[in-house]
Design a protein around this ligand. Structure first.
Ligand code: PLP
Length: 432
């Protein structure tokens, strides 16, 4: 991984990470605003400005915080939310309602009401009861709601099966099936409270190959044609999801956004030309690829346990509670000793978390300079699905998050206090 140092200290967007650890404590998430904005600019240049009628919606679940949503908002991007909590965060960040898209495979009535009250731009329908529910709520509130159907394009993806979502046997999406999808489309067209815009798919995550996306685009365009023939209805929007891969370790070779978007757009434009079809709006929903590499985590090394001839365990003051991805889907990470980042590697150690689970191993067999208690370990590429999946297991506090830019650091999430961990707990009268 590429990084900058100063006097042996790892720098992140111009900030000395050892000083950050000292000032804000560890575990700590550190996000480079410059790197986030660079990703946004890449999307602007190679997608938004290159094509007509296209949008980027940040999948907020990757890193849903008020400050992040402000950055995304300032880029003119839209936002994908999947729950009341993510929608609430967007509302509190004053995110423009018309730029919010509500996803989710099991939206509650309360969540739908909240979304419709706020006036979100689109609701992506992902279950068979949803059109009716949305119509009923919209009628009561005298509103109309833009909807898309999330389809399962039935493509296989080359990623870990736990993060692939586009296959037929999936809890996500509606199968493209005469008896399942078509009655839904008919209902949507005939229901005055909903405005049926088009289709959505999301094939999976952490992809380095565009084949799955391209195959899914073909399927979506076939469907567009079928809907025209069957219902004499013109599709106005297609959402191709996210899933673009990032670099966690040097083994990962991620592709630029345009490796995915250019051939997808080529297919759309060729289809429109050939069928004399008005170009639908095209939306992509990157999450991980916007924030993953911009974020690092800092931990302080505590106990060191050498098992002779076996392994040296080096424990950190966090672990699966601030980064569950290694335990959840065998995700691999790499990192450096932030305070010894110019020293040569001398020993192979395993970085273990402090939670009471054997799977709480952050990095297995990493080559580092001699590790000592008090050193600061920086894990790279923890910006996506780290903070957002953090938990209070073992009653560990959720770490603070700082945003850094050109040598300046600002707290964007304060460290949880012990009182906050138990703030909703009550001792009932019967136990007093
Ligand atoms: C998770 C998700 C995304 C974002 O996926 P990334 O791999 O983080 O880019 C986009 N759209 C939907 C519907 C999702 O569920």
């Amino acid at each position: 991984m590429k990084f900058e140092t100063n006097n042996g200290h790892l720098l992140w967007d111009g900030c000395d990470t050892v000083a950050l650890a000292k000032e804000f404590g560890t575990p700590l998430y550190v996000f480079s605003q410059t790197q986030i904005e660079e990703k946004c600019h890449e999307l602007q240049k190679h997608f938004v400005q290159k094509y007509d009628h296209v949008r980027v919606a940040f999948a907020s679940k990757a890193f849903s915080t008020l400050a992040m949503l402000k950055i995304v908002e300032q880029q003119g991007f839209s936002l994908d939310v999947v729950s009341d909590g993510e929608l609430y965060t967007a509302i509190k960040a004053d995110f423009p309602a018309e730029r919010i898209e509500m996803n989710g495979n099991n939206k509650s009535i309360e969540e739908l009401e909240m979304a419709i009250d706020y006036g979100v731009g689109r609701i992506i329908v992902d279950s068979l009861q949803e059109v009716g529910l949305i119509a009923a709520i919209a009628k009561e509130k005298q509103k109309t709601v833009n909807i898309l159907f999330r389809i399962t394009p039935e493509v296989n993806v080359t990623t870990h099966s736990f993060i692939s979502t586009g296959q037929k046997d999936s809890k996500f999406g509606i199968p493209i099936d005469e008896s399942i999808l078509f009655p839904q489309i008919k209902q949507a067209i005939e229901t005055p409270e909903v405005q049926f815009l088009g289709f959505h798919f999301h094939v999976g995550s952490q992809l380095f190959d565009h084949q799955a996306h391209l195959a899914a685009v073909d399927i979506a365009l076939d469907l567009v044609k079928l809907v025209q023939e069957r219902f004499d209805y013109t599709i106005k929007e297609l959402n191709f999801g996210g899933g673009f891969g990032v670099k966690y370790t040097d083994r990962d070779q991620p592709k630029p956004f345009h490796y995915f978007t250019d051939p997808m757009m080529d297919k759309v434009l060729a289809f429109c030309e050939q069928e004399n079809y008005p170009q639908p709006a095209i939306v992509i929903e990157p999450g991980r690829s916007i924030v993953a590499e911009a974020g690092i985590s800092l931990h302080t090394i505590g106990a060191i346990k050498e098992l002779p001839g076996l392994r040296k365990y080096v424990s950190i003051d966090g672990g699966m509670t601030d980064n569950i991805r290694p335990g959840l889907y065998e995700a691999e990470y790499t990192g450096v000793l932030a305070n010894k980042s110019d020293q040569a590697n001398e020993e192979i150690v395993t970085i273990s978390g402090k939670a009471c689970e054997s799977t709480d191993i952050l990095v297995k067999d990493i080559n580092l300079p001699i590790v000592e208690t008090g050193d600061i370990f920086a894990t790279f590429s923890t910006g996506a699905y780290g903070y957002s999946m953090a938990s209070n297991y073992n009653k560990l506090a959720i770490p603070a998050v700082v945003l850094v830019k050109k040598g300046k650091a600002e707290v964007i999430v304060k460290r949880q206090t012990l009182d906050q961990i138990i703030q909703n707990e009550v001792i009932p009268e019967s136990l007093k």
